[in-house]
Ligand binder design. Structure first.
Ligand code: NDP
Length: 512
């Protein structure tokens, strides 16, 4: 069984949250059936800092069986909403207690700064409190069918067994957007975090166990997506697959799930425009464009990677951006002076280098970055990449069309509102967009016509658990958060109750 060696980063009480076995199936912590493990790499050093158990296909099948048996047994799904809400609130309380530990684990796994990880854990807590309140206030809908003897009502029931697959950029937060509504609805779960960043989810599942989530309700298998993914997504015992990740993986999951007509909710990538009109407040515009693309080193699905700026101000605006970008402090996420961390893996680092080559070859003008930051105090093994700005980009360039998922900003220019709108919608994705202008009528016109799931007007990057999150087009289907997000985890049943039965009276002919 794997023994994580993270003592040089975490104290003994912190290691308690990881434990010495990392798969949780049917209420039991165990190692992989074949004893397999995976080493985790600290993105700030490139060094292995922990080893976790890695599930086999058989482990994944066992997790689905446990979730299925627990759901069919009906005990969890038939608990009162008050009881389930209480469990969710206890989870939220324990998240507060263990915030520092969870944040450190998230930083070690992902590389993001500790400040960002702390915000993530705060957000996870809010997600659980919100869903506790939401499920308590959910009500059946009565339908008037025009017959006083009939009580017709539409009720919502838990959907069943949910496979929840999350990416590596916001491991715990993205998983919480799925686990909170699933538990609130009374469903059972098989959770699969990214193999690259499983620690916070392992710790979180231990918190759920302590909070009183019954055995078999929440099962955890971490393992390589290509190995256990097909088992999790090709099963008649699964009722919903909720996936957040890349377009290619999402498309293949949807194809696999179609074999069993399994419901699929997809939160995929984005290539998000940030449109700046000349009349926008300059200082906040520059600041938000910078934050919107370089926070978490651009590894954010809603990152504003396409700056679309009005021609009159473009040169000066880009100069301001370059000046600000030069001072962004990239460094180890555990160092409190770092403003953004390394990339998550060497794979991502190589990907960024390839996009820089592609940008230059396609004629874009590299104004800043393009490689590791110019610093000699960073660990040589870390996956460092400086904030990068390409000016004079056009819509046909791969760096403009493809999701780079890293700290690369492209700049396109426009002259008219119609052109700005056309550029903003010129993407197969449709996750998020920003518009900055002092002309509110124009801003509202843009908001209405941009084909993106979230549009920020004179702001960027915010979300709330109370409002739906999701994408148009290739950014996915379904929504997370808000009442619609909870509804993904529910089946709808219409109950027609005749309180005064009489014969139907249709077939009235009788043989003499
Ligand atoms: P991937 O699609 O590579 O992986 C996402 C998850 O799917 C991981 O847990 C991965 O496991 C798993 N997986 C991989 N292959 C399979 C398979 N065949 N079957 C089932 N599961 C599989 O995405 P990344 O982790 O690289 O995440 C980045 C992507 O996520 C970006 O495109 C980003 O835009 C998107 N994203 C979207 C968000 C949104 O709200 N719309 C939010 C955050 C990210 P493993 O890692 O272990 O291989």
């Amino acid at each position: 069984m794997a023994q994580p060696d993270i003592s040089h980063h975490l104290g003994p009480s912190d290691s308690r949250l990881i434990g010495d076995a990392h798969l949780y199936i049917g209420g039991e912590w165990r190692g992989a059936r074949d004893g397999g493990t995976r080493e985790l790499t600290n993105p700030a050093t490139g060094e292995v800092f922990a080893t976790v158990d890695e599930a086999t296909a058989d482990d994944a099948r066992a997790a689905i069986s446990a979730a299925r048996a627990t759901f069919d047994d009906g005990e969890w799904s038939s608990t009162s909403v008050t009881e389930r809400a209480a469990v969710l609130r206890t989870i939220a309380d324990l998240l507060v207690r263990d915030k520092a530990t969870l944040a450190r684990l998230e930083t070690l796994d992902t590389g993001k700064t500790l400040a960002e990880s702390v915000i993530d854990v705060d957000d996870v807590e809010s997600v659980f409190r919100y869903h506790a309140a939401l499920i308590e206030t959910s009500a059946d809908r009565l339908v008037d069918v025009g017959d006083p003897a009939v009580v017709s009502r539409v009720i919502r029931e838990p959907i069943g067994v949910c496979v929840l697959i999350a990416p590596w950029n916001y491991p715990l937060l993205q998983m919480s957007w799925k686990i909170a509504p699933a538990l609130a609805a009374g469903a059972t779960v098989v959770a699969k975090p990214s193999e690259v960043t499983p620690l916070s989810t392992i710790a979180f599942v231990r918190i759920c166990e302590e909070a009183g989530v019954p055995p078999g309700v929440l099962n955890l298998v971490q393992g390589a997506g290509p190995n256990i993914g097909p088992v999790l997504t090709d099963s008649p015992d699964v009722d919903l697959i909720s996936f957040t990740g890349g377009l290619t993986t999402g498309t293949s999951i949807a194809q696999t799930a179609a074999r069993h007509v399994t419901k699929v909710a997809l939160e995929l990538g984005g290539k998000n425009p940030h449109i700046v009109f000349a009349d926008a407040d300059r200082e906040s515009a520059v600041d938000h464009v910078l934050t919107g693309v370089f926070l978490h080193s651009g590894q954010v699905c809603s990152a504003g990677t396409r700056l679309i700026v009005q021609d009159d101000i473009a040169d000066a605006f880009v100069d301001d951006l370059v000046e600000r970008a030069r001072h962004i402090r990239v460094g180890d996420g555990l160092d409190p002076t770092s403003e953004t961390g390394p990339l998550v893996s060497r794979t991502q680092l190589d990907k960024m280098a390839a996009y820089v080559r592609s940008g230059i070859e396609s004629g874009a003008v590299l104004r800043h970055g393009g490689g590791p930051p110019d610093r000699d105090d960073l660990h040589p093994g870390g996956f460092w990449f400086a904030p990068t700005i390409f000016d004079h980009c056009t819509r046909t360039m791969p760096i403009v069309r493809e999701e780079t998922f890293g700290p690369i900003l492209t700049v396109e220019r426009f002259t008219s509102e119609a052109q700005a709108l056309a550029l903003g919608n010129d993407t197969s994705y449709g996750l998020a967009a920003g518009v900055r202008t002092a002309d509110i009528a124009r801003g509202e016109r843009m908001v209405r016509r941009l084909r993106h799931g979230t549009v920020w007007l004179n702001d960027f990057g915010h979300y709330t658990p109370r409002a739906e999150w999701g994408g148009f087009g290739a950014s996915g289907n379904g929504r997370e958060l808000g009442p619609t997000g909870l509804a993904e985890y529910q089946e709808i049943k219409h109950v027609w109750h005749n309180t005064s039965p009489t014969p139907a009276g249709w077939f009235t002919h009788r043989e003499p």
